[in-house]
Design a protein around this ligand. Structure first.
Ligand code: FAD
Ligand code: SF4
Length: 402
């Protein structure tokens, strides 16, 4: 194994700080981890909450920025192909069927990369993230399933240079990847691959506790949850049982302050700067949604293609009325009685948006909510922070004046 030389590049040396000691984005910080490393030197340019630079980073990464006159580009970012897929043999305990973990394992074992940045759980708390650079199949598998809390994935970046690694895969969510793309050239790598997931409504560890206590019948036994395409939150418990709660029955007044300010100000739901994105929201229930953004993304997907069942994406229904109605309901913190919420969930599930139209529903609902949040709380940031594609999406709706 290569000897480890714990020496940062000379011009960055003085900047290494104690973890958590500096956060230039202040309360908007998403704890992406960059500021726990000597790459804090680049924070003003790199931080997703201090410098919105989608067009430049998209051009650097994919060779072009989004075509704003193309509705699919506006919603889903630069891409070459989209599909729905699931593993023929799902990985037990993965968030969905484990396409992310399987791709990472294939890349490592076929020698495309020497390490994988991913996030395991701390020994004491399954929801407390512990970022690592995995070098074995077992370490990647131990990182499977979402840690539904802000995770400092980039805090391990110093170790990349120290280990003299030249080929790396990073798994991460949008804010982490925006910062990563800005410092990419400084990492001393020959090749970087990025496998992203969509991300929305993340929380601090304390916020997660409040969410679980407000929403689940048994917060202490939850091992996994997901906001699913059937308009319900699905909780899986330690004993293997599943609990579902309709979106429309969530206690929005209580939950309004639960989501991190970074996530209330984020417009990168679809992880526009990853090479390959694996989520679920544009796919039928039980399937995963794959977005190949560039050649590197295709190279990654090719490695696991024979493990997958695949079908084309589709789009059904019209989201717009449901989104428009949800704007004042969320704004005023309206909570429906559970019987009405269940009924509404059933009706919307039968006649509501599906496939890519469900993804658009979710993007529209979050972008309108987040636009209002930034406008009210950070009016001086609004114009520069909200990217053009998000302004176009939000402009389809009537928002409250103040
Ligand atoms: P697995 O094989 O189980 O692997 C999961 C991977 O995620 C692991 O490699 C791990 O390193 C990484 N990871 C876990 N937690 C974090 C974290 N906090 N930050 C960064 N990386 C992490 N998809 C949608 O379509 N819509 C959504 O609204 C949506 N919200 C999400 C919110 C969060 C916080 C996260 C982490 C993911 C979200 N996703 C969303 C993606 C989706 O839930 C699945 O993660 C994705 O489909 C991959 O499933 P899998 O079974 O292939 O993953
Ligand atoms: Fe630093 Fe990341 Fe927080 Fe921005 S989001 S202040 S780059 S740790």
């Amino acid at each position: 194994m290569t000897a480890i030389t714990p020496e940062p590049p000379k011009h960055l040396k003085a900047r290494a700080l104690k973890p958590g000691s500096r956060r230039p984005a202040k309360e908007l910080c998403s704890e992406c981890g960059l500021c726990d490393t000597y790459y804090i030197h680049y924070v003003k340019a790199a931080c997703a909450f201090l410098n919105q630079q989608f067009p430049d980073l998209e051009t650097q990464t994919h060779g072009r920025s989004r075509d704003l006159d193309n509705a699919d580009d506006c919603y889903f970012g630069v891409y070459q192909r989209m599909m729905a897929a699931r593993k023929r043999e799902p990985i037990p305990g993965a968030q969905w069927t484990g396409i992310v973990s399987s791709t990472a394992i294939a890349m490592l074992e076929k020698g495309l990369v020497e390490g994988v940045v991913c996030v395991q759980s701390s020994e004491h708390d399954r929801f407390q993230p512990k970022p690592i650079i995995a070098r074995t199949r077992e370490e990647i598998l131990a990182a499977r399933v979402n840690k539904p809390t802000l995770s400092p994935n980039l805090s391990v970046l110093e170790q990349v240079q120290q280990s003299r690694m030249k080929r790396l895969l990073v798994i991460g969510v949008g804010c982490q990847i925006q910062a990563l793309r800005t410092v990419e050239q400084q990492l001393g790598l020959e090749k970087l691959y990025v496998l992203g997931t969509p991300c929305v409504d993340n929380v601090t560890r304390a916020g997660l506790q409040k969410f679980l206590e407000t929403t689940s019948r048994s917060p202490e036994t939850v091992v996994y949850y997901e906001f699913m395409q059937d308009f319900r939150v699905h909780f899986k418990h330690e004993d293997g049982s599943t609990e579902t709660v309709p979106f429309f029955g969530l206690n929005t007044r209580e939950l309004k302050d639960v989501f991190a300010p970074s996530c209330m100000s984020c417009f990168d739901y679809v992880n526009g700067l990853a090479d390959l994105v694996v989520g679920y929201m544009g796919a039928p229930f039980g399937w995963q949604w794959i977005v190949v953004r560039n050649e590197r993304g295709q190279e990654m997907l090719d490695l696991v293609q024979d493990q997958l069942e695949v079908q084309p994406v589709f789009s059904q229904g019209d989201r717009r009325q449901a989104v428009q109605q949800s704007i004042p309901a969320y704004d005023k913190g309206v909570t429906l009685p559970m019987w009405a919420a269940k009924l509404m969930g059933v009706v919307i599930d039968k006649i509501g948006p599906r496939g890519l139209e469900y993804a658009r529903f979710s993007i529209d609902s979050h972008f309108t909510r987040n636009y209002l949040y930034v406008k009210r709380n950070y009016p001086e940031k609004l114009m520069a922070h909200v990217p053009e594609f998000a302004k176009r999406i939000v402009s389809q709706y009537k928002l409250p004046k103040s």
